[in-house]
Design a protein. Structure first.
Length: 217
């Protein structure tokens, strides 16, 4: 599998290359130092299976660059590698449909664990950072109480929240469920109202924190 590693610091790229080699000899890392190189590589290698990208590099424009990537290459999973450990920044990245977020402060073992999860089809977000956001709607004291609150959701609302928690953008959810994006938003708004989630950040936090519980129901 080809893995695109995009960062303007060669030391970071080299470190990530070494990590991917530890995970599997079958991984083929491809390097990019700026956004133009990223786009050129994706044109030449449409079979890239995973992107590891720093949002801060020449030409990328942070979330604008991420929006372009998600628009042009929606099927390629993206993991953000970033110096930022601000909860709002992480939640914003998740809202754009990334499947992982790894702080550059993470050690090699943590990076390996995160990449192992995303390569196996899961998501990997820094829960310790997200929990600092203070978001999450009503406080819940026990799993039993959580289950009671989740029982107010329809199966469609629960499924949509589970997909949000897995890093799936609204457009992909609509395709997966064969409904319109507007219908997805209606179901999402209903779920937010029932769970007393006041905004997008609270909803993302809730969905990520309870993704397994939502999917298991």
């Amino acid at each position: 599998m080809k893995i695109l590693i995009a960062d303007d610091h060669w030391v970071v790229r080299e470190s990530l290359k070494q990590v991917t080699k530890q995970l599997s000899r079958n991984f083929e890392p491809i390097e990019a130092a700026d956004f133009k190189e990223v786009m050129d590589i994706l044109k030449q290698h449409p079979t890239v299976g995973l992107m590891l990208i720093d949002l801060i590099m020449p030409g990328f424009g942070e979330f604008e660059g991420l929006r372009q990537l998600r628009s042009k290459y929606p099927e390629i999973p993206i993991v953000i590698i970033s110096i930022h450990d601000d909860p709002a920044y992480v939640l914003e990245a998740i809202s754009h449909g990334v499947i992982g977020y790894i702080p550059k402060s993470a050690g090699a073992a943590e990076i390996i664990r995160s990449l192992t999860r995303v390569i196996s089809g899961e998501v990997s977000f820094p829960r310790h950072i997200i929990e600092r956001s203070g978001f999450g709607g009503p406080r819940r004291k026990s799993q039993g109480e959580e289950a009671i609150n989740l029982d107010v959701l329809t199966s469609r609302e629960r499924g949509i929240l589970a997909l949000i928690g897995a890093g799936t953008p609204v457009s992909r959810i609509a395709l997966k469920l064969a409904i319109s994006p507007q219908t997805v938003r209606v179901h999402l708004a209903n779920a937010m109202r029932k769970l007393d989630l006041r905004n997008r950040e609270e909803t993302i936090h809730f969905a990520v924190h309870h993704a397994r519980l939502l999917a298991g129901g």
